[in-house]
Design a protein around this ligand. Structure first.
Ligand code: NAD
Length: 432
């Protein structure tokens, strides 16, 4: 069958994967083979729909003009509008954004929300720009994207180095480009907005909250609970810091953290105090109640759970043998390469895959989108309850596929998404 040929070619060309998109496609074709997906549908879902690259000039504070490059990849919208974050990072390129957009499609399908998948970003190092420059860059990127985003078409959200403030600038720029009578109907063009600008209570913690629900469920299935468990976190931004604080609140102990500035360890790290330190110092490095450790020491730290919540491709052929944990709960997108996955499996380390584990963010983004459309404002209790329900239902579907097909959790999660999308294509058919 065609997809088997394609998967063989990919394996030959990309083992170990040369790029994030190779990695994403290796996972995909493995699941396609495992579930026996219709080859025509496999080819449709195996490619992106639209790939937008924009080059745009922005004036810097000193009067210089810089030309920046931004991306938006729209993978699939058969379940609903394209949906996915925007990232500001030097590694952003077409390959990375294709992978992240594809994973978004699977994510929405697993947790059963009516969104497709997209992702975007600008290739830059944000720490090199002033706040005013970042605002002009964001606004000019939004202007350059123009009709390629929209409240019923493609809805960005925060990701690495983009904040609720960045979403507010996108919103304001987008609304300025709309006819006045349509502005109040378009608040849902971005999610992850500040509360006052139409955001949703609980969106800031949503991704971390979802990670915590998944870890709790994994422990419960093994007759255990969070009380007394120890964990390590890589990345102490939105996802990492929220996950750590919520786990701590449920009786677990943080013993090692790494971010872009360094790594630290202690018998118990107070996640709240560490966050105050990071807010003033920009990194976990230099947090006095803990000692500095190396990257290797961080990875070899013995714990019950490791939460990668930084960048992709962190658990690889080289680093997977170093881990000494029972569970990897993937807060980040794509933190484990296929080789890393294989080694974790061989070593009996379980993985809750990213496309389920970090889906809390897109679920609450969906709630924000719904509230904006209906001019409603939900209480935190309602948001939390509905988020838990959506995520755990996704978890159940993954477990069921795992049992039914005898596959690993990542492949099972992909299968849930692929079956859901296949059903729609079969019902709707292919135009013309
Ligand atoms: P963020 O910008 O708030 O934080 C990123 C963190 O990663 C920072 O602490 C940074 O220092 C750290 N980091 C960067 N490079 C590193 C390196 N080489 N080694 C160790 N740490 C490093 O970003 P975020 O929103 O928390 O996103 C983190 C991950 O979670 C990304 O993979 C993102 O795609 C994913 N994710 C985010 C959301 C969301 O709602 N924000 C939702 C789903 C998935």
């Amino acid at each position: 069958m065609t997809h088997r040929v394609e998967s063989a070619v990919l394996e030959k060309a990309g083992t170990p994967p040369q790029s994030l998109y190779d990695m994403c496609r290796t996972q995909y074709w493995h699941a396609v083979d495992a579930v026996g997906l219709d080859p025509a549908i496999a080819r449709i879902l195996g490619s992106t729909t639209n790939e937008i690259i924009v080059h745009f000039p922005v004036q810097m504070d000193d009067g210089r003009i810089e030309v920046l490059t931004g991306y938006r990849v729209q993978h699939n919208n058969v379940l609903g509008p394209f949906k996915g974050g925007l990232r500001f990072h030097p590694s952003v390129d077409l390959d990375e954004v294709r992978a992240l957009a594809t994973w978004m499609t699977w994510k929405s399908a697993i947790v059963d929300i009516p969104f497709g998948g997209a992702k975007g970003g600008i290739q830059l190092e944000p720490s090199l720009y002033s706040r005013k420059e970042l605002e002009r860059i964001t606004r000019r990127f939004t202007f350059a994207l123009n009709g390629n985003i929209g409240p019923e078409y493609d809805i960005p959200a925060p990701d690495v180095n983009t904040t609720p403030q960045v979403m507010a600038w996108i919103l304001d720029t987008f609304l300025t480009m709309m006819p006045p009578m349509e502005r109040n109907r378009s608040l849902h063009v971005v999610t992850g907005k500040p509360l006052e600008a139409g955001g949703c209570v609980g969106r800031d913690k949503a991704t971390g909250q979802g990670v915590v629900h998944c870890i709790e469920r994994w422990l419960k299935d093994r007759g255990s609970s969070l009380r007394g468990k120890i964990f390590t976190v890589q990345g102490f931004g939105n996802v990492g810091s929220w996950t750590a604080r919520l786990l701590q609140g449920l009786g677990a102990t943080l013993i090692a953290v790494e971010d872009a500035g360094g790594a630290i360890a202690a018998d118990a790290i107070d996640a709240e105090a560490l966050l105050s330190h990071v807010r003033t110092r920009g990194s976990v490095a230099g947090y006095e109640p803990a000692i500095p450790i190396t990257h290797e020491e961080f990875l070899t730290t013995e714990a019950d759970v490791f939460i990668p919540a930084a960048l992709e491709a962190q658990i690889t052929e080289e680093t997977a043998p170093l881990l000494s944990v029972d569970l990897v709960a993937e807060g980040a997108n794509g933190p484990t390469t296929p080789e890393g996955d294989r080694l974790l499996r061989d070593r009996g380390i379980d993985v809750i895959p990213d496309i389920l584990c970090n889906a809390g963010g897109v679920v609450v983004s969906y709630f924000e989108w719904l509230q904006n459309k209906r001019s409603e404002s939900w209480e935190l209790e309602e948001v939390d309850r509905k988020l838990r329900c959506k995520l755990l239902a996704g978890y159940d579907r993954m477990e069921q596929a795992r049992r039914e097909y005898g596959v690993d959790p990542r492949t099972a999660a992909h299968i849930v998404a692929l079956k859901r999308l296949e059903a729609v294509y079969e019902q709707r058919g292919i135009f013309p």
